[in-house]
Design a protein around this ligand. Structure first.
Ligand code: GDP
Length: 192
């Protein structure tokens, strides 16, 4: 299954006017801080340190656009869930996410959820955003290498129940590679 060795940061946007032209296909990644979003992006693209860029000083609060192939992008949204984001920061995100939802290029959202914690406050906001945008959602239940088989079954069942059919769900581990090919297939499908 293809990786994306040519992936690179395209730009970091602090405002919707900085977004790249609305051409081609774009897939968003969002999740609570520490859920494993950067690790998932790195694993899926096959670029070990790609999403580390999003964590460098000055970039954690921006929308980071990566180009995987010509016309095929990932948009890495700021992690949420910590009270650290100021009202001012949230006020800049809201118009950006609104603008992102309106883009023709937007094909799907990977919602990154720590399998040990399940869907939490903040995740519902992203689900509502995607529903409003008519954007399909695929949930990656991450860090499943830390779960026993029965715990994973329980986490999957809880996620399915919480999502009420509004998103697809899969197990994922950046550490042992669980679900990696499935996630890559989903991305490729959205890029078609
Ligand atoms: P982000 O804040 O959502 O981008 O999360 P990171 O990708 O930086 O991961 C947060 C922490 O979880 C780091 O310490 C990672 O090493 C760890 N982590 C991420 N993915 C996995 C995984 O699949 N398995 C395990 N065991 N740890 C992981």
């Amino acid at each position: 299954m293809s990786t994306y060795p040519g992936s690179a940061l395209l730009l970091s946007a602090a405002h919707a006017r900085h977004f790249p032209p609305d051409l081609g296909a774009e897939v968003a990644f969002a999740g609570r801080s520490n859920a494993g979003k950067s690790s998932a992006i790195n694993a899926i693209t096959g670029r070990k340190a790609l999403a580390r860029i999003s964590k460098t000083p000055g970039r954690t609060r921006l929308l980071n656009f990566f180009e995987l192939l010509p016309g095929c992008r990932i948009v890495d949204l700021p992690g949420y869930g910590y009270a650290a984001a100021s009202a001012a920061e949230r006020a800049t995100w809201a118009p950006m996410t609104t603008a992102l939802a309106r883009r023709q290029s937007l094909r799907g959202l990977f919602l990154i959820v720590d399998s040990r914690r399940g869907l939490l406050e903040g995740d519902d906001g992203l689900l509502a955003w995607a529903a409003e945008a008519g954007c399909p959602v695929h949930v990656l239940l991450t860090k499943t290498d830390k779960l026993k088989r029965a715990e994973l079954a329980q986490a999957m069942a809880a996620a399915h129940q919480a999502l009420e059919g509004h998103a697809t769900v899969q197990a994922f581990s950046a550490v042992d590679g669980t679900g990696l090919e499935e996630a890559r297939r989903q991305l490729k499908q959205w890029y078609k």
